[in-house]
Design a binder for this molecule. Structure first.
Ligand SMILES: [Zn+2]
Length: 126
């Protein structure tokens, strides 16, 4: 499974993790250039502004690219998901038969409970 590429307990990412703990998916949006980005961080990667807001997202998107890892006990799917409004993010596709997945399949974010930490955003077929 994909680990998170950003720190869980930093002040810059706390709104994301607080929302995730409540199964809400929020993304940072820049107040200056209005662009949404991934992953959460303390500044906009497009214009370097530190004036960010958080916007709730339905987490709808489509598979942009994916690969199936078959080295473990069970295969898992690593995928880039292009969100309908927003960035492309690296995650896992879960609860799906890897042999039946295709690029551009519609997916939606899901949060699975995690032990001792906030749940990470994963995706399932919509
Ligand atoms: Zn910006």
């Amino acid at each position: 499974m994909v680990g998170t590429s950003f720190i869980e307990n930093s002040p810059e990412t706390r709104p994301f993790w607080d929302a995730a703990a409540a199964a809400r998916f929020v993304l940072p949006v820049c107040r200056r250039c209005q662009r949404m980005h991934w992953y959460p961080r303390g500044f906009c990667p497009y214009c370097m502004s530190t004036m960010l807001d958080w916007q709730e997202s339905r987490g709808d998107g489509e598979i942009y690219s994916f690969s199936v890892n078959r080295l473990g006990k069970q295969p898992y799917v690593l995928a880039y998901v292009a969100l309908c409004r927003g960035p492309i993010m690296l995650s896992n596709i879960i609860d799906a038969d890897p042999s039946k997945l295709s690029i551009r399949d519609r997916v939606r974010v899901v949060f699975k409970p995690a032990v001792g930490r906030a749940p990470v955003p994963l995706f399932a077929l919509a």
